[in-house]
Design a protein around this ligand. Structure first.
Ligand code: HAM
Length: 416
């Protein structure tokens, strides 16, 4: 029996893969403007790293992580998200000492054993950004503004951000008790997993896919301490100054444990109600709690698969070659091969099928390729040192030009 891919895992075929590449290129372009540099961290880390940072009681760690004991008896996990690896590298590689801003981006595949459905995969790609070492509201505003510039550059302008503040450890200490008392009071209404974890982490119930929506209406709300409140209003002022559209959503809690203060998400109605295209926030205590220096931080990660779904209908991606070269006579193969090379050297995407096949068959391939022009070399062209140029997409006469002029003529025609 032929082999199949695993459920929730998929092949990414062109032109979708071309769209992913375009999104990645847009991200790299924006990151360079904001001083972010790429950090590549391993796909597999110790399981403990994610348990301690993403959070023991999160769905990601409790239910979705691909964790296993390797051949050497080590407890490892395939990364479900990028932030813990970046923080580990920041600490382990002493990146706080580099003298440069600790602004890092990553582009890579993440793995979560979620129930597969539209826009939710077990292997998916994230573009992520982490800014470590700046506690000021300017960092929050810059990070969020950069995200929107990226979305705009990738082809999704005018997005609005859902914004909230989860306060600091101090604000949450009191709130934890209030919330726990409330949840204990209505525990019979909670789903099984929430009932099991409210004592360890009552806040997680607010993010539960089952109980979160009704708890957002009924549960007591967090009150921010004066410092957190001032920080949150500064962030909002700076976002207004940056022209970022946002709305404050007190129900936004995020599904990972490390967040403090500002949290945000970008949602799209096209993705179904549960799903965000991007999420992030501050994590001012994480670096220290992982054994590093006291370094406040903020970041986000965007789901490339989800962004590609949103962009797919908007972009008629043209990944066709510009020129399709044809050898119209057997002995013209070498010259046609030379022409391919000359076109590519001039920056023109050029392709061919098989110079040993009939003219008819090569023409059929040229039509299917989506190329704008077919460039033919037959017996006559070979003798005269010329190339015949035939438009494939638009009506127009074919013309014969000197071989050496083929790249420049094609450039001119494509511009016109
Ligand atoms: P997250 O909200 O868990 O945050 O994931 C970020 C994005 O990854 C989501 O908004 C979504 O677009 C995408 N994503 C998550 N799960 C899936 C899935 N199963 N299939 C397809 N796409 C998915 C984080 O991962 C944090 N590390 C973000 C962050 C960085 N916070 C601070 N720094």
């Amino acid at each position: 029996m032929a082999a199949h891919s695993l459920r929730g895992f998929r092949d990414l075929l062109p032109p979708d893969s071309t769209l992913f590449t375009a999104i990645e290129a847009a991200a790299r372009g924006i990151f360079a403007l904001y001083g972010y540099r790429e950090l590549r961290v391993p796909t597999i880390e110790s399981k403990e790293l994610f348990v301690k940072s993403t959070g023991e009681t999160t769905d990601i760690v409790e239910k979705e992580m691909y964790a296993f004991t390797d051949g050497g008896g080590r407890e490892v996990a395939v990364r479900p998200e990028g932030t813990p690896g970046v923080v580990r590298a920041y600490i382990e590689q002493n990146l706080s000492q580099s003298g440069r801003n600790a602004k890092f981006y990553y582009i890579g595949n993440m793995f979560r054993a979620e129930r597969p459905q539209a826009g939710r995969f077990r292997e998916f790609e994230q573009v992520g950004a982490e800014y470590i070492g700046n506690a000021s509201p300017f960092a929050d505003a810059e990070t969020i503004a950069m995200l929107l510039k990226f979305l705009e550059k990738a082809g999704l302008p005018g997005c609005s951000v859902d914004l909230n503040s989860l306060g600091c450890a101090e604000c949450r200490k009191n709130y934890r008790q209030t919330l726990l008392a409330y949840l204990r009071g209505c525990s019979e209404k909670l789903c099984e997993p929430c009932r099991g974890r409210i004592e360890r982490n009552p806040l997680r119930a607010l993010d539960c896919k089952i109980d979160g929506p009704w708890l957002a209406e009924t549960a007591p709300k967090l009150t921010l301490c004066p410092d957190c409140s001032a920080h949150f209003s500064r962030v909002q002022d700076l976002l207004k100054l940056s022209g970022v559209k946002f709305s404050v959503n007190p129900g936004l809690v995020r599904g990972l444990d490390y967040y403090t203060r500002t949290v945000f998400e970008v949602r799209s109605s096209a993705l179904g109600s549960q799903d965000a295209v991007c999420g992030g926030g501050r994590y001012d205590d994480l670096v220290k709690s992982m054994g590093g220096p006291a370094a406040p931080a903020i970041g986000w990660a965007l789901g490339v698969d989800r962004l590609a779904m949103l962009l797919k209908d908007k972009h008629a991606l043209d990944d066709s070659p510009k020129a399709f070269v044809i050898a119209a006579a057997k002995e013209a193969g070498d010259k046609a091969f030379e022409l391919l090379s000359a076109l590519r050297d001039a920056g023109l995407a050029a392709d061919f099928s098989n110079f040993e096949l009939s003219l008819k068959s090569q023409m059929r391939s040229a039509d299917k390729s989506g190329a704008a022009f077919a460039l033919l070399i037959g017996e006559d062209e070979l003798k005269a040192g010329t190339v015949t140029l035939k438009p494939l997409k638009e009506k127009g006469d074919q013309r014969t030009i000197p071989f050496s002029e083929a790249p420049s003529t094609l450039h001119t025609l494509l511009k016109g």
